[in-house]
Ligand binder design. Structure first.
Ligand code: SF4
Ligand code: SF4
Length: 473
């Protein structure tokens, strides 16, 4: 990859000891031009969907329960009608693995799809640029405004832009906190000036981060801060879709009269209008080759297609293609790594769905008393002592009935008719099991505890354990 826009490196050499250069290149402000076309339309749809979900989801409730709420104080995570507890961390781990694998899968298949269409940095930057365009005008007008006199008009426009940005940032911070505190209560607290210190901190912190990243830092986040930009090229191969300029077709580039027919000039198809550079949100020239700064937004494709259409040339001088296709070789979309990612994803997604569908909101840990292998009672029975930790992961209090099976004549001592456990609570249930030793086939027998909710019979769990004794006498 070319690094044409990389930071300036120190250029001193033994032969030029007096030359001093800055270690870092000063950021040049980018004024991306507005672009229309198929990919801009797709980007807008992705942006509207993602922002709609982010800002809208916390306002939706079902049966009085916010549809997505991470209730940290209660250690409950409500997601689309299901309640998860810290003990369900396994599901989150699987979800994160699926997310990482999906990123690998889509990168191997279609390059930086994530960066161009779905990354929060891209999406919010796009929104902030949209607001900037509404208030400050087109690319030319924005450049003129920044270069022009610092008069009251400029001050007014800048104040308006920042006021709108700040309001939107604070709304973003508020929505973010609304995923952790019921959003209607949060809204009431805002209206009555009764926000707690942590809520206030996070609203301002998240709002400030949005304002800084999407309003000012923009492409700097992608170029200098994002680790994915650095390692994604390792997931590329010659069959990965990339956005590329067709050098064979475009060169030698140069301006020409629009009236000239295509075959009346010795020039290539690139008319060197630089529009592809002007629309680029990271300020690079796609004609310099594949560059790590390119976020794959496809704005240069849209604008170049427009130019080609006006010139009466075929579209696609800048297009989605692969290195193999550019070299005139066949592109293999379904290659081994794509199959591996697909298989792993299918297995994990199927496992996650199965796990969620069959999930029982009850967890039981069985701990055997380790002080003695077993006891013998005065009546000659063999006794084992256990502690059951019953965790009620349902939204309502439950009353459980505990029974045991596995050895003939096995008796459960020390447990009430039912064990009541509050929603989200853990109850320690000490109990003893006794049996006549003649019924013991071996020194260690497999037994099963049956825990069944009397409140909701669908909530039941069977847990196995070992019963120790002298064996058959
Ligand atoms: S937009 Fe197309 S024609 Fe214009 S400079 Fe870029 S590649 Fe060349
Ligand atoms: S080079 Fe093209 S695809 Fe890459 S970031 Fe710039 S405009 Fe987007």
């Amino acid at each position: 990859m070319s690094e044409s826009s990389a930071p300036t490196k120190p250029q001193t050499s033994p032969s030029s000891p007096d030359i001093e250069q800055d270690l870092y290149k000063k950021r040049e402000k980018i004024y991306p031009r507005e672009v229309h076309g198929v990919f801009a339309w797709l980007r807008n749809i992705a942006m509207a969907t993602l922002l709609g979900l982010f800002y809208g989801l916390p306002w939706i409730s079902i049966n009085g329960q916010q549809i997505v709420l991470f209730d940290l104080p209660a250690r409950k995570f409500h997601v689309f009608g299901m309640t998860f507890w810290p003990q369900d961390f396994f599901f989150l781990a699987v979800l994160l693995i699926i997310a990482a694998l999906s990123l690998f899968f889509f990168t191997a298949l279609a390059g930086r799809l994530w960066c161009g269409y779905a990354c929060p940095q891209t999406v919010w930057t796009e929104v902030y640029m949209l607001m900037e365009r509404w208030i400050e005008g087109t690319r030319k007008e924005r450049m003129k405004l920044d270069k022009g006199p610092k008069d009251t008009r400029r001050l007014r426009i800048k104040i308006t832009k920042h006021a709108v940005w700040i309001a939107f940032s604070l709304w973003t911070g508020f929505t973010f906190v609304g995923y952790f505190t019921p959003i209607t209560e949060l809204w009431t607290s805002v209206l009555t000036w009764q926000l707690g210190p942590w809520e206030t901190f996070w609203i301002f912190f998240y709002g400030f981060a949005t304002y800084g990243n999407a309003g000012f830092m923009r492409e700097q986040v992608c170029i200098y801060m994002c680790p994915y930009a650095r390692f994604q090229s390792a997931m590329f191969d010659k069959n990965t879709l990339i956005i590329s300029y067709d050098e064979d077709r475009g060169e030698p580039r140069g301006p020409r009269k629009r009236s000239l027919e295509r075959d009346e000039t010795s020039l290539g198809d690139c008319i060197d209008c630089t529009l592809c550079v002007q629309v680029c949100p990271v300020g690079i020239d796609i004609r310099d080759g594949l560059q790590y700064q390119c976020i794959g937004c496809a704005a240069c494709i849209d604008v170049c297609d427009e130019v080609m259409e006006k010139m009466g040339y075929p579209k696609g001088l800048v297009r989605y293609t692969t290195e193999n296709a550019l070299a005139g070789q066949q592109t293999r979309i379904l290659r081994p790594r794509v199959w591996v990612y697909t298989t792993l994803l299918l297995v994990l997604v199927a496992g996650l769905v199965y796990g969620l569908l069959t999930r029982v909101p009850l967890e039981v840990d069985i701990i055997r008393d380790r002080n003695a292998l077993y006891n013998e009672t005065d009546a000659g029975l063999v006794e084992n002592v256990y502690h059951l930790k019953v965790i009620n992961k349902a939204d309502q209090p439950q009353s459980y009935q505990i029974s045991v099976s596995g050895i003939e004549g096995l008796k459960l001592i020390g447990v009430d008719e039912s064990v009541a456990v509050d929603s989200g609570a853990i109850k320690d249930v000490p109990l003893r099991l006794r049996v006549d030793p003649v019924n013991l086939e071996s020194a260690s027998s497999r037994i099963t505890f049956h825990i069944e909710s009397q409140t909701n019979p669908e909530i039941r769990l069977d847990e196995t354990a070992r019963f120790l004794g002298p064996g058959r006498r």
